[in-house]
Structures are given as C-alpha cells and as structure tokens.
Design a protein around this ligand. Structure first.
Ligand code: GTP
Ligand code: MG
Length: 228
C-alpha cells in the first residue's frame, strides 16, 4: 500500500443468501423461507510497515549518519560516541533549492548484516523503496574505502536491487584529517562529498548532491501562495 486511500481486498465476503422476499409469491407475501449465505474468506495477515523516504542512509555504526541527518535535515536523531546509538529509523526533511525531500537515518550496518549480523538488516527493508542511497563513511577509519566496498556488497547480498540504486558518498569526519581516505577514493575514481558533521564542512554541498540525485517528481515544493 503506497498511496493514501488505496484499497485492497484482503478477504472476500461470501456470496449472500436469498432473503424471504425472494420467495414471495402473490399468495405467500411473507414467506418464512430463505437460504443462508456462503462463508467469507478468512486470511491471517502479517502487515509490515516500510517507511517512505527518498534517500536512505547506510553506513557502519559510528560513521556519523545521525550527526549528518541533524545537520542537513529537520530530523533530530540521537547522536552518541558508541555504536548502535540509532536503534530505530528516523526521518528528516531536507529543504534545499525551494523544494524538499525526505531522508531516512537507519541503524548502522555490519559486515554480515545481510545474514543477520548486528541490527541494520532489520531496517534494510526501509530503504528498499528509497530512490537514492547516501553512504556515510568514516574518513578517519584506516580502511575507509574497504568499508564502502563491504557496505555495497552487503546491500547486494541483501537484495541485488539495493546495489543498483543511485547513490552519493559522504566521506565524513574531515575535521579529523582524512587525506588518506580521500586519496583512496580518488584512486578508485569514486566521487565523494567531503563532510564534517562537527564543523559543518561540506554539508550544503551534500544537500546539493542529494538534490541532484533525487528525481524531481519525488520532491515537494516549499513555499506559500497568497490568497485573496
Ligand atoms: N570529529 C568528528 N566526529 C564526528 C563527525 N560526525 C560524527 N562524529 C562523532 O561520531 C560519533 C558517532 O556519531 P553518530 O552520528 O551517532 O553516528 P551514527 O553513524 O549515527 O552511529 P550509529 O547510530 O551508532 O550507527 C559521535 O561521537 C559524533 O559526535 C565528524 O564529522 N567529525
Ligand atoms: Mg545513528
């Protein structure tokens, strides 16, 4: 169910029986005869909520996903200096260039997430329907590029479609000196937006990069119209 007001028949009612009136004749105008209706279908359903967002954040725990969401959007997920601070997805609205779109912060992923390791896999379903992914990589980590590759592989293992999505990479924690990571990504010709969620460096560039990646039809115009 993706639209407001959308209808879907989960279980059909049984065919109705024939009431007394059906058996009425000129002589017997109030018959006592009737036939019972059929039983309706019975189905047990398990409903699962998938959040609707345009951009889904993916990254290892502690990479700074929630810190960036705080900087670039209206979302206010909790930030902590320990892994798995974020335990539930949090949505935020990014307002840029006169329109807005929605980003979803999800718990960090671990290598093996697609097989159930850590927490993140439970939330990957929330990003199945997002158009764009934002990989958040801790640029200060020694194996930053390796982490990016692991994340991509995990997504692919979870669902090949996830790996085909449009994506933007934020190489975060630039305030800590991330020259090595920048070089690594350059070597592999992978474009990145260099960010610091602490100083704010690169955060408006990140908004622009996401804006360029999210298709226009998904965006809502911000503004007001003067009536009367
Ligand atoms: N120096 C520096 N620290 C950062 C930056 N971004 C985040 N941090 C710190 O890194 C830690 C983790 O930040 P979070 O935003 O909670 O990271 P997360 O990726 O959401 O983590 P999980 O929710 O656990 O997956 C916090 O102590 C932040 O203050 C940054 O750009 N520079
Ligand atoms: Mg977080």
């Amino acid at each position: 169910m993706t639209e407001p007001g959308q209808k879907w028949i989960a279980a059909r009612g049984g065919k109705g029986g024939m009431g007394n009136q059906h058996f009425a004749t000129p002589k017997v105008q109030a018959p006592r005869k009737c036939t019972p209706g059929e039983k309706g279908e019975v189905r047990e359903l398990f409903l699962e909520l998938k959040l609707m967002a345009d951009v889904g954040l993916v990254g290892f725990p502690n990479a700074g996903k929630s810190s960036l969401v705080n900087k670039i959007s209206s979302g206010r997920p909790k930030v902590g200096d320990y892994p798995f601070t974020t335990l539930e997805p949090v949505l935020g609205i990014v307002q840029v260039n006169g329109h807005s779109f929605v980003v979803a912060d999800i718990p960090g992923l671990l290598e093996g997430a697609s097989e159930g390791k850590g927490l993140g896999h439970q939330f990957l379903k929330h990003i199945e329907r997002t158009h764009t992914l934002l990989f958040v990589i801790d640029g200060f980590a020694e194996n930053a590029y390796e982490q990016f590759k692991v994340l991509k592989d995990e997504l692919k293992a979870f669902h090949p479609k996830l790996a085909e999505k449009n994506f933007v990479v934020a190489l975060n924690k630039s305030d800590l000196g991330i020259g090595n990571a920048i070089k690594e990504f350059k070597k592999h010709r992978q474009k990145v937006v260099i960010t610091s969620a602490i100083t704010g460096e690169g955060c408006s560039e990140l908004q622009q990069a996401l804006d360029a990646a999210v298709p226009h039809i998904h965006k809502k115009s911000i503004g007001w119209s003067k009536k009367g």
